[in-house]
Write a protein that binds this ligand. Structure first.
Ligand SMILES: NC(=O)c1ccc[n+]([C@@H]2O[C@H](COP(=O)([O-])OP(=O)(O)OC[C@H]3O[C@@H](n4cnc5c(N)ncnc54)[C@H](OP(=O)(O)O)[C@@H]3O)[C@@H](O)[C@H]2O)c1
Length: 338
């Protein structure tokens, strides 16, 4: 089987990673249709030993592909998905456009892969921070039940796309050369932590005090775990890390008798997780180590202040497991190529 594979946003941070993941996993691409904005027309992307010209959306005939990865932002997915679904392709959508739409499947293969039935033609890939978190929460939910989750994130700048990453590198070079960048309305990423990621809803007081990213993490984790009642408090922070997000997590388990050893065992045995939990030997989850890998590293697991409460730290590559790898895994499940 050789598939005609379209990518919307092929020149972006996630688009580039989609190409790398498909190549590494031997995804059966017969023909690649890479598209991007008009800015990139005339460029080419490299895949499977050859150059593929980047096409504008108009005229790329994405509706004739077997599958299309959508990775160019929510507004483009919103406009494009209905048109493509009238044609041939299955869609794997990395944007936030349809993640809460009950007609669209929101699937993390290791957690709720059974939700990706053959009839589904539009699957959403969850928010990167939510994917990394839910991989660690799912085994705890299965083994002990979850009552409450409190998470603080340390999110890499590449989570904001290719231009944000280039901006951080430029800022680092300039600051190290002695320039002092102004911390105005658009504060520098360099040597900074910015507790605001995503849009802010001007709705009621709570909405106006919660960022889009924080809302996504709660809403999407609840949907994937099928726990609409689960209490999740998230604080999302951009940190000057190039790649791979980290999260500090506190869980309150329903099973107040849960023992530390059992919590560690549940995480150790979970799909998609690598345990790095030896503080004395320095075996820790860290973005430098998680970058480029497929697994979410979990460690620093310890009891918290009350029975049934535990805390841990995780790190995972948000461009791979948080986006491109999960999208390709979903396609593998549906095309039987995994
Ligand atoms: N970065 C992450 O870690 C991450 C993780 C999970 C999900 N996501 C989501 O994935 C999507 C892509 O993110 P990214 O980080 O890859 O962004 P990015 O690096 O900024 O790339 C955006 C891509 O979309 C293309 N594009 C922009 N405007 C377009 C238009 N009007 N028509 C056609 N193509 C257009 C860009 O083409 P040009 O190069 O020509 O501008 C580029 O290929 C976003 O929805 C994001 O929220 C990102």
């Amino acid at each position: 089987m050789r598939l005609r594979v379209g990518i919307v946003g092929a020149t972006g941070a996630v688009g580039e990673e989609l190409l790398a993941v498909m190549e590494q996993r031997g995804f059966p691409v017969g023909e690649l249709v890479p598209t991007a904005s008009e800015r990139s027309v005339g460029r080419a992307v490299r895949f499977a030993g050859r150059e593929w010209p980047v096409l504008p959306l108009e005229g790329a005939r994405l509706d004739e592909c077997d599958l299309v990865f959508l990775s160019a932002g929510a507004s483009i997915s919103r406009a494009l998905a209905p048109k493509l679904l009238a044609g041939r392709p299955r869609l794997y959508d990395n944007t936030s456009a349809f993640r809460l739409d009950p007609k669209v499947a929101l699937v993390v293969p290791e957690v709720n892969g059974h939700r990706l039935t053959p009839a589904i033609r539009h699957a959403a890939v969850a928010n990167c921070t939510a994917i990394l978190l839910v991989l660690a929460l799912a085994p705890l939910e299965r083994a002990f039940g979850l009552d409450r989750v409190v998470v603080s994130t340390y999110q890499a700048v590449s989570g904001g796309g290719r231009r944000a990453l280039e901006r951080l590198k430029d800022e680092l070079r300039r600051e190290l050369a002695g320039e002092v960048l102004p911390a105005g309305a658009s504060p520098p990423f360099a040597f900074n932590c910015i507790p605001s990621i995503g849009e802010i809803d001007p709705g009621d007081d709570v909405a106006a005090r919660t960022t889009g990213e924080e809302k996504k993490v709660g809403d999407e984790v609840r949907r994937i775990l099928e726990r609409p009642d689960l209490s999740i408090v998230a604080t999302c922070v951009r940190v000057p890390v190039l790649r791979a997000h980290s999260e500090s997590v506190l869980v309150e388990l329903r099973d107040r008798e849960a023992r530390l050893d059992d919590v560690i065992a549940a995480l150790r045995d979970a799909a998609g997780i690598e345990l790095r939990d030896d503080l004395a030997r320095g075996v820790l989850p860290m973005p430098r180590l998680a970058a480029g890998g497929d697994l979410v590293q979990v460690g620093r697991i310890r009891p918290a202040d009350r029975p049934g409460c535990f805390t841990f730290f995780l790190a995972g590559d948000q461009l791979r497991k948080g986006a491109a790898l999960t999208a390709v895994q979903l396609a593998e499940l549906q095309f039987g190529t995994g």
